[in-house]
Design a protein. Structure first.
Length: 403
């Protein structure tokens, strides 16, 4: 009898704690395209990650990651984290996979080999030296495809590590208009001291009319050869900085050559994109107005021959701070500009609605909140927290309007 009772209880327990139904779906970080390159005479894989809620009417920055087979998925996490903390703008991440690194990334020699690396590569890897051809593939095949299929700024960013860093330096010195931003993590010691001096001196002419940003890194735990090479490169850039080149060199503690790439992205991307984050928010909130923000981005746009816009978070923060300082008229002007600049943004209209609430203009607040709700639906954005908040604000504004 006792055994029967235990069996019944066990049966009841197992029924009440049945395993829940579980469905499994793949986690997709991007899409892969295969380019049959006429220039390289081979197929090349490229992986693309779009920002959350990508909108074809918005112009995005492009970030090209070399050696995508090693760095792409992690770079997605790094860029999303930096974007979520407002350190960089939205970017389209484009990962280019490689096949033979010494072939694609190392430039040809101009004369006899100089230094240990050039001598070693010449002897053991005779296929090296196709960096100009790889650059041609980027310029004539990959860039046109990206720019025909997505709405992007012409100011591209390149991330390269080790030999890919050499490729980035080669472009910086020889084809400076291909990219506007270079993040080069521990470039391999390819050039001799004399060659570096010559290249840096020559590049001064290129950057007299062209602007670029460069972020160089070295791991604290790297070899003496890398350390000496990067010290020399840094000294040459310091002594002969081209007029249009904004640059920084950082030694990252506790990192070696194999671990340097991702700390370099965390430190370097905010530096490269720093100009695109409005710098004087506090002072503008206290003493200026939205015209200061407009003038700042107009100046950058003119320099780079594109149209940069203030980030949505910048405009929302500026208006909030203006209200805090009792500058209500300026705050409402900022919010009005916000919706003009981003007419399809639910966030812009929500922010304007909250501004109307502060100004006790409840009828206009209802219109703005309802516009935001409509845009959420039109843009297929399913965020119950936001929609519930907007519906609550519609009710609150309606009630206050009727008082």
């Amino acid at each position: 009898m006792r055994i029967l009772l235990i069996a019944i209880l066990l049966g009841l327990f197992s029924q009440s704690h049945a395993a829940p139904a579980v469905s499994v779906a793949p986690l997709i970080t991007g899409q892969t395209l295969t380019i049959e390159s006429d220039i390289l005479d081979e197929k090349r894989e490229v992986t693309i990650h779009l920002p959350k809620n990508y909108n074809a009417q918005t112009r995005y920055h492009t970030l090209y990651i070399l050696d995508a087979e090693h760095y792409f998925e992690q770079a997605v996490g790094v860029t999303n984290a930096l974007r979520n903390t407002r350190q960089i703008p939205n970017v389209i991440l484009i990962g280019v996979k490689t096949k033979i690194r010494v072939r694609d990334y190392l430039p040809p020699l101009q004369g006899p080999a100089q230094g240990r690396m050039q001598s070693h590569i010449t002897e053991h890897f005779p296929e090296f030296g196709s960096a100009p051809k790889f650059a041609l593939f980027l310029e004539n095949e990959l860039f046109p495809w990206v720019e025909q299929n997505y709405t992007v700024h012409p100011t591209r960013t390149l991330v390269g590590h080790s030999n890919a860093g050499v490729f980035g330096m080669h472009l910086l010195f020889n084809q400076p208009t291909l990219f506007a931003n270079y993040l080069l993590a521990s470039p391999a010691p390819w050039w001799s001291t004399a060659q570096i001096s010559q290249l840096v001196t020559q590049s001064q002419k290129s950057y007299s009319t062209h602007h670029a940003n460069l972020f160089l890194t070295l791991g604290e735990q790297e070899s003496q050869g890398y350390y000496a090479y990067m010290m020399n490169l840094s000294a040459q850039l310091h002594s002969h900085t081209p007029t249009g080149l904004r640059w920084q060199f950082k030694i990252i503690p506790d990192e070696d050559h194999s671990s340097i790439a991702f700390p370099s992205m965390l430190s370097g991307l905010p530096f490269l994109y720093r100009e695109l984050i409005y710098p004087d928010l506090e002072q503008t909130a206290k003493y200026g107005d939205i015209a200061n923000v407009q003038a700042y981005f107009n100046k950058l746009s003119k320099r780079d021959a594109t149209q940069y816009l203030a980030q949505q978070s910048t405009l929302a923060d500026l208006a909030h701070m203006q209200f805090e300082y009792g500058r209500n008229t300026q705050a409402m002007a900022t919010l009005s500009y916000f919706t003009t600049l981003y007419p399809e943004s639910a966030y812009a209209h929500q922010s304007l609605g909250l501004g109307y609430m502060k100004m006790a203009q409840y009828s206009q607040a209802v219109v703005s909140f309802n516009t935001a709700l409509s845009l959420l639906e039109a843009n297929n954005i399913e965020d119950k927290t936001v929609s519930d908040f907007l519906n609550e604000m519609v009710i609150a504004a309606t009630e206050k309007r009727s008082l």
